[in-house]
Design a protein around this ligand. Structure first.
Ligand SMILES: [Zn+2]
Ligand SMILES: [Zn+2]
Ligand SMILES: [Zn+2]
Length: 224
């Protein structure tokens, strides 16, 4: 009995950690500007919807660049993600198979990972950009949520001169930022001028000047 409980506890915790690990490195990849077609929608989120130096929670609803630019999606996921996600799933099945996990364990692990990824990249991230989110009224959760939300604000505000964001890639935990040294708990010493310069450089770099902020505002009025 003890063995069974330990086994499933390890499987669950391991699956969650692996999802965080994938999420961390995918986020690093999105900000490395190596695969432009994959990162463009994320850069719209950073440069148009919630730009550096601007309010990260301007409205009570989430501004989705997908809706603004009519980006093709599948169950709320950008089409460009289907192949990468499929590859990651196959890769994970491979690792777990080599580790000797049973079919039922592999299926459980993958289900946990898919659900957790949806929660972390979808729901939890979006709630960090919503004004007066109800999370802020839940006693025990509030403090932690406020903390990771501050880290995510810094992720949005800190733009390098080359127009890149380099810190706080984790969404639900700063664990891997601490491990891989991309953790930035405050912005002391960062000047507002350098943020604005970085934002301009980034807009040029990613060539997304065609969609301006007021178009997003107009869209927001339309959906609310
Ligand atoms: Zn980002
Ligand atoms: Zn964000
Ligand atoms: Zn619209």
């Amino acid at each position: 009995m003890f063995y069974v409980v330990t086994y499933w506890a390890c499987l669950i915790v391991g699956s969650l950690l692996l999802t965080e690990f994938y999420g961390y490195w995918l986020h690093i990849l999105l900000h490395s500007d190596r695969i432009r077609w994959l990162s463009i929608r994320h850069m719209q989120h950073h440069l148009l919807a919630y730009p550096p130096g601007k309010k990260q929670r301007p409205h009570k609803t989430y501004i989705d660049p997908t809706q603004v630019s009519d980006h093709p999606t599948f169950f709320g996921i950008g089409l460009e993600w289907l192949v990468p996600i499929f590859c990651l799933i196959i890769f994970t099945i491979g690792i777990e198979y080599v580790m000797g996990l049973s079919t039922i364990s592999i299926i459980t692990s993958l289900s946990i990972m898919v659900l957790y990824a949806k929660f972390m990249f979808g729901w939890l991230h979006d709630s960090m950009h919503i004004k007066q989110h109800w999370f802020m009224r839940v006693p025990l959760v509030r403090r932690y949520f406020k903390h990771i939300r501050k880290l995510h604000d810094i992720h949005h505000h800190h733009v390098s001169e080359e127009g890149l964001m380099k810190y706080n890639m984790g969404i639900s935990t700063p664990l891997f930022d601490m491990v891989f040294r991309t953790y930035l708990p405050n912005m002391k010493g960062t000047q507002r001028k350098s943020i604005l310069t970085g934002h301009k450089t980034a807009l040029t770099r990613y060539n997304i000047v065609s969609l301006r902020g007021d178009e997003i505002d107009a869209h927001y009025k339309e959906v609310s």
